[in-house]
Ligand binder design. Sequence first.
Ligand SMILES: [Zn+2]
Length: 182
Amino acid sequence: MDHLAPYRIAFVGLKPGKHDFHMQVDDLFFESFPHAETDEIFGNLSVTLDKLGSRLNCVADFEGFAKLPCDRCLEPLEVKLVFSERLIVQLGDLTNTDEEIWTLGSECHELDISQPVFEWLHLNLPSRRLHENQDDCDPEIMEYLAEGSKKKPADPHGSSAGDGKDEDNDIDPRWNALKDLK
Ligand SMILES: [Zn+2]
């Protein structure tokens, strides 16, 4: 199944004026972007496309959340994600989507906004991701940090299983940074 189909807007047959589109962002969307920083972003995207002669103004409003590891305890944390972004498209001779204002050539019948949506989702992720209260952080991890012991914490991601690396060299550098803060 083509999960990106809703992100391709067939603009040719649209009447001049504003048109609304709604898309769902979920893990299926990210299947097409295997190198994403996170594929755990969920929410609703509303796109208003304003067709003005040879120009398409797109305003995209997203409301949802991302699941990211907490910077303090590395446990998954839900952070709210809300943004409004804009894409301006000119209809011209040669297709060029490398510039800030896109140009679509006459061979294009659809406007594919999946790539900009993917970029917006990541650009708008907060840089600080912390459980609001330290008490909400994983108590085992916090105890580990407090003790500064050499005991290995439970792997919060469950992702390193089977990589066969020496675990002592495998500790996230953030752990050391946190220890230095005390
Ligand atoms: Zn935490």
